[in-house]
Design a binder for this molecule. Structure first.
Ligand SMILES: Nc1nc2c(c(=O)[nH]1)N[C@H]1C(S)=C(S)[C@@H](COP(=O)(O)OP(=O)(O)OC[C@H]3O[C@@H](n4cnc5c(=O)[nH]c(N)nc54)[C@H](O)[C@@H]3O)O[C@H]1N2
Ligand SMILES: Nc1nc2c(c(=O)[nH]1)N[C@H]1C(S)=C(S)[C@@H](COP(=O)(O)OP(=O)(O)OC[C@H]3O[C@@H](n4cnc5c(=O)[nH]c(N)nc54)[C@H](O)[C@@H]3O)O[C@H]1N2
Ligand code: SF4
Ligand SMILES: [Mo]
Length: 717
């Protein structure tokens, strides 16, 4: 009886609340958790919720951001029509008028200021198809050398270090599935507990299996709570700390001489340098007691397998690529790479942070990790595109350097797609000034972001619920994001928008795709024979197999779970170790009497990047509705700061006002501010524009600052 009633009730409920289910992947981080959106309608309103879907990376798990990801996508503030700024106000216009406006403006700029005066600024939150297309669009339709993307601020240091050391940059050399079986793990400058929460269980399983975990972070984060040993490093000193570890490893006989002989070069030089160093000096520089450095090194050296993971804490430094290289030196010196349960992982950031760094959005790059400066690579790609290789532009400059060129009026037009540089680039005052100088700025976005606010024209893009395409996760696993919800209003997919602009500019023949799969099939050929070879991957296989790890050079190839097992990707097959000095080429801003504290920046679990999306989500915004300053109680006392009060934080570049959060978990000489808020809470007003000379990464993680309670403002002389 009850059964029958329940059946009747369920059927009735389904009639009243017809249910739609849309497959997708989370729009946020690099784990790319597979999700589905359930949409229930009854007469008066719709209800939504997200559900996890099994997959090899998150195994069906999702975090609080994934759970609430639909909230911004269905938000009333979504841009639904092209918006043109007329007398300072945005007005709805038709797509055809918008496209004609782009045509006339870009053509005029290129006629007056030269081809390279129009730039393209892309993103790693878009699909592989779109990232590939944007690179092709810049080179073929605009013929400009100026294209770069937000991944420059994110993955460039790790990418550069892996390329220099191993000859190839695939974020993880092994898969997530190997982590539970390794014996010792170093997590350097990565806060996975807040930034990639769904992979934490891999580390927990490792711990259950007896692995020893070492965390390197100036703060005792939730990730550090997993650690057996927490090295509370002074911000910006990871390179020196790695030298300390190397010194102990080599001097105490943990070097794997057979491995080094067969597979690496440069060991002798590194040995000579680190043995000349004084461990006490390293303690002074890094703030990590020598005893802890010894303990970490001995643990890492003694175990038969080990893995090192890095993220932006180590990398977003003006010596970020060198610091990562030095951590890679540790793996090579101890022979812990290219074998089971041993290897490296750069914990990639954005949803497509891996794929979008491979297929031509970078200033010096062509698809498949090819180089725009290599004549053979240029010829190969020009042939795929059906253009003359001599007409392909040369290499441009990095993201922040493009902005400097806007400030110098060398770049006067910009197509910005899926990024919010006013909040995400360093030296935010300069960035705003530079963008204001543009003669024509087009922003393609879901919302009127802080940067889109300054645009002459905003084009409405589709979201992760609507836009199908491939995304490559932090392991290097190519996945197919199915998405089929209809685009709201007149919004279009990024790939459609790129094709339409190419059409009005007179290059439609090179951009005549009818669906993402067409673009992917061209990308497969363009990447063929390159380092990131996707040739063997097809939509059909992705649907069937759920994800394929590159390189996958042939349709019958199963993909590559572990790289560098027999050889590294340099021509001689050997990895290159390199001496990394304790004293970087670009000096760090040291605290002094006027600016006595070190500011580092980062993230909280409930918000994503510049916050444009997560600040729109009521559930996420409620968790952290404003920014904050994490400060040690002793430091707070010293500067007269109470808990939960408004504090002015100043650097040589600018100032912000945030609420204090007094906590013993941070170093006494360091303060921390997350970067998800804008305007007077935009922490990038404080950060300098100095760049890593090798990869052009800004030093987001070290600035000298001073703090004072706002309540003291009026009382100052
Ligand atoms: N919730 C959430 N998740 C995200 C994102 C987000 O915005 N929010 N963004 C995604 C993206 S694009 C990225 S790039 C990743 C970033 O992921 P992470 O790099 O893990 O995140 P961050 O908070 O920037 O920095 C990590 C840690 O570095 C520490 N740190 C600061 N300075 C130093 C230093 O000098 N040395 C060392 N060793 N550590 C230091 C910080 O205290 C912080 O705990 O996260 C992705 N996931
Ligand atoms: N101080 C400091 N600064 C940092 C960092 C730090 O740790 N500290 N981290 C850096 C890092 S790692 C990163 S990755 C950058 C990120 O910096 P940004 O790229 O500037 O950040 P997002 O917030 O992702 O901006 C994405 C924009 O695209 C829109 N959008 C979302 N989805 C789509 C889509 O599918 N299509 C289109 N066309 N638009 C879409 C969003 O609404 C948003 O306005 O910030 C960097 N800046
Ligand atoms: S933010 Fe990352 S960990 Fe969280 S659900 Fe999305 S993809 Fe998964
Ligand atoms: Mo990032």
């Amino acid at each position: 009886m009850t059964e029958l009633f329940l059946k009747y009730f369920r059927e009735k409920q389904q009639k009243v609340q017809p249910q739609k289910v849309y497959q997708t992947q989370c729009p946020f981080c690099s784990v790319q958790c597979k999700l589905k959106l359930v949409e229930q309608s009854n007469l008066s309103r719709k209800q939504y919720y997200m559900m996890g879907v099994d997959n090899p990376a998150s195994e069906g798990r999702f975090c609080v951001k994934g759970q609430n990801a639909y909230q911004h996508a269905i938000h009333k503030d979504r841009v639904l029509y092209p918006l043109l700024k007329v007398n300072g106000q945005f007005q709805r216009i038709s797509w055809e008028d918008a496209l004609q406006k782009i045509k006339s403006s870009f053509e005029e700029i290129q006629r007056e200021d030269g081809r390279d005066a129009v730039a393209v600024y892309g993103s790693a939150s878009i699909t592989n198809e779109e990232a590939y297309l944007l690179g092709k669009f810049a080179r073929v339709a605009l013929k400009t050398r100026h294209i770069d993307y937000n991944g420059r601020l994110c993955m460039s240091a790790a990418a550069s270090a892996a390329s220099q050391t191993f000859g190839m940059d695939r974020g993880f050399t092994n898969t997530l599935g190997e982590i539970p079986h390794t014996r010792v793990i170093i997590l350097a400058g990565t806060n996975i507990a807040e930034c990639q929460p769904t992979i934490v269980p891999y580390f927990e399983r490792a711990k259950e299996n007896g692995a020893y975990i070492i965390v390197i972070d100036p703060r005792e984060t939730d990730t550090a709570k997993l650690a057996d040993l927490h090295l509370k490093v002074r911000p910006g000193r990871d390179a020196a700390l790695a030298n300390g570890l190397l010194k102990v490893l080599i001097e105490e006989g943990y070097a794997d001489e057979a491995f080094i002989r067969e597979r690496a070069s440069g060991f002798e030089e590194v040995k000579e340098y680190v043995t000349s160093l004084d461990i006490q000096e390293i303690e002074n520089l890094t703030g990590v007691p020598a005893e802890q450095i010894r303990r970490a090194a001995r643990k890492f050296g003694a175990e038969e397998s080990g893995m090192i993971f890095t993220a932006r804490g180590v990398e977003q430094q003006t010596d970020g690529s060198a610091a990562v290289r030095n951590l890679l030196n540790i793996l090579l010196a101890t022979g812990k790479i290219g074998k089971s349960f041993s290897g490296y992982g750069a914990i990639t950031g954005q949803g497509n942070g891996q794929g979008a760094r491979e297929h031509g959005q970078k200033a010096d790059q062509l698809p498949g990790y090819r180089s725009i400066e290599n004549p053979e690579h240029r010829k190969y790609i020009a042939d795929v595109w059906g253009v003359n290789h001599e007409e392909l532009p040369g290499k441009g400059v990095s993201a922040y350097e493009m902005i400097e060129k806007m400030d110098q009026s060398e770049i006067t037009g910009l197509l910005l797609l899926c990024s919010n540089p006013i909040v995400s680039n360093p030296n935010a005052n300069l960035v705003k000034r530079a963008l204001k100088k543009l003669k024509f700025l087009v922003a393609v976005d879901l919302f009127v972001s802080e940067t889109a606010e300054l645009a002459d024209l905003i084009l409405p893009a589709s979201s992760f619920l609507e836009d199908e395409g491939t995304m490559t996760n932090l392991e290097g696993r190519v996945t197919l994001r199915e998405a089929s919800r209809p685009c709201p209003g007149e919004s279009k997919h990024d790939w459609e928008i790129i094709c339409e602009i190419a059409r009005v500019l007179g290059h439609g023949d090179y951009f005549s795709y009818t669906m993402p799969e067409d673009i992917f099939n061209e990308l497969r050929v363009a990447s063929k024979g390159g380092l990131a070879d996707y040739y063997g991957i097809t939509y059909e296989r992705l649907r069937k197999e759920g994800g394929i790890l590159w390189p996958c050079p042939e349709p019958g190839h199963e993909g590559t779970a572990r790289v560098f097992e027999t050889a590294f990707a340099h021509e001689d097959g050997r990895a290159k170790m390199a001496v990394v000095s304790n004293h970087p080429v670009v000096p760090k801003e040291n605290p002094d009497q006027e600016y006595p504290l070190l500011l580092t920046t980062g993230r909280v679990v409930s918000h994503y990047l510049t916050g444009v999306q997560t600040r729109k989500s009521p559930s996420l915004a409620a968790r952290n509705f404003e920014s904050y300053l994490e400060i040690h109680p002793k430091t707070a006392r010293k500067f007269g700061v109470e808990d939960h009060e408004l504090v002015k934080v100043e650097s040589r570049r600018g100032s912000i006002i945030v609420r204090s959060k007094v906590s013993k978990e941070i170093r006494e000489d360091t303060v921390f501010v997350p970067f998800h808020w804008a305007e007077s809470q935009n922490v990038n007003l404080l950060v300098a524009g100095d760049l890593d000379p090798s990869c052009r990464m800004p030093g987001f993680k070290v600035s000298a600052v001073k703090v004072s309670p706002l309540s003291a403002e009026g009382t100052r002389a």
